[in-house]
Design a protein around this ligand. Sequence first.
Ligand code: PEP
Length: 255
Amino acid sequence: MRKIIIAGNWKMYKTSLEAIELVTLLKREVVDNAAVDIVVCPPFTALADVRDTLSESNVGLGAQNLYWEDSGAFTGEVSAPMLKDLGVAYVIIGHSERRQFFGETDETVNKKIRAALHHGLLPIVCIGESLAQREQNRTMDVIRTQCEGSLKGLTEDEMRKLIIAYEPVWAIGTGKTATPQQAQEVHKFIRELLGEMFGSDCAAGVRIQYGGSVKPENTKDLMSQPDIDGALVGGASLKSDSFSLIIKNSSDIKK
Ligand code: PEP
């Protein structure tokens, strides 16, 4: 059984005060929900305040990035031990915006995954094709390259701790969602690929989220697909009512 996991990627939005307001509302709205793993990923600057506001709640804390070294002369970077010390449990790695604007590659994603796992953080690893790649029928090749590069050298035990987020780049922040069938096709391919790489038993247990303009209205159709085990939500996670509705609409779906 795979438990659905809904994570909110707040990107570079919300001051600490705004973040406290948002999670104060959110934790009330989802208080009785034990069916879904719920995670919010605020900017670094709001992590401590969000942690304090969420203490004793069923909402987990995630970061949006990390650096692979533990410490050193790396101005502006934040390491896994620093996140761990703050009480962070999850970390998004290799989001397409980081790949596109900050030069992240499958190789750096791989280093970040290893650092996160080494320090007991649960990585949410993002993969996905651009519009041009989809139009050239290269989606599955791109996914294969990203998985093989990003997950290189991981053990089966390590892979079991990872969450994969399939996020077609053309659907992120654009209002265009992959159809449930389009998403399922790629999710199924990812699970088969993980089966080749880590064995089918391991692959059957890995949670694969969908991300790309997930909203309350399209949640049920997406989450009902057999290989979609949750969502990574950007825009709709910035308001407690839409994010909690996405969580609610996922709650009675069993995998
Ligand atoms: C994201 O940031 O990972 C994302 C999927 O954004 P949105 O939901 O806004 O498309």
